[in-house]
Design a protein around this ligand. Structure first.
Ligand code: PRP
Ligand code: URA
Length: 208
């Protein structure tokens, strides 16, 4: 069973509270998604492999450690895009794939409309990015696409998750660890997370 890591860091909790508010503007919402993704990225990259190297300071030679090129970021469109810049600033050498999925409003099933992934994805640690994990349908499908292309090391990074979505991902992909900033109560009858924050894509891009 994959691990569930709930990141109850005070700064993350503070920012999630502001994000949830219906009075938070599109601009502030976007900035908060970026800041939370940055803080989550620190934790989600903790086990990246290091290679020893030699560095020359102005005073002497010393041992250093570098992170080799080994990460692929895969945002689930649209809302996952809001988390990419933060992770790219932490790992500038990361490659970025995109998976376009939307939830059919009637069936709540994910519908694919785009998929472009790095060709060497099987060699990389993949971080799948999506602010919302609701029924889990989108994340489960995205991880399936990524695995079909050969990826073996995958983590899912979401800001807000419902227990239903966590269970769905853990059942479908027991090898995938899930990082969340907040584990909410449940889904409502329309598949929205309660208390949640509403529609993340609409709040990020101002399409309310
Ligand atoms: C939202 C969200 C997730 C998905 C979560 O995207 O960003 O991708 O719903 O729901 P699920 O766990 O039940 O699949 P949405 O389908 O609204 O598309 P958008 O990002 O383009 O707005
Ligand atoms: N997608 C969202 O953006 N919000 C939810 O609460 C559920 C799915």
């Amino acid at each position: 069973m994959g691990k569930l890591i709930v990141m109850d860091h005070p700064l993350i909790m503070h920012k999630v509270a502001i994000m949830r508010s219906k009075d938070t503007s599109v601009k502030d919402f976007r900035e908060l998604v970026n800041e939370i993704a940055l803080l989550m990225g620190y934790e989600a990259t903790k086990d990246l492999q290091l290679t020893e190297t030699e560095v020359e300071t102005p005073l002497m030679k010393t041992k250093g450690f570098v992170v080799e090129k080994q990460v692929a970021l895969v945002p689930i469109l649209r809302a996952g895009l809001g988390m990419v810049d933060a992770l790219m600033s932490l790992i500038p050498a990361a490659k970025v794939g995109h998976i376009g999925l939307y939830r059919d409003h009637e069936t709540l099933q994910p519908v694919e409309y785009y998929c472009k992934l790095p060709t060497d994805i099987e060699k990389r640690q993949v971080l799948v990015l999506d602010p919302m994990l609701a029924t889990g349908g989108s994340s489960v499908a995205a991880i399936e696409f990524i695995k079909r292309r050969g990826a073996r090391k995958i983590k899912l990074v979401c800001i807000i998750a419902a227990p239903e979505g966590v269970r769905a991902v853990q059942e479908a992909h027991p090898d995938v660890d899930i990082y969340v900033a907040a584990l909410d109560e449940k889904l409502n009858e329309h598949g929205y997370i309660l208390p949640g924050l509403g529609d993340a894509g609409d709040r990020l891009f101002g399409t309310l």
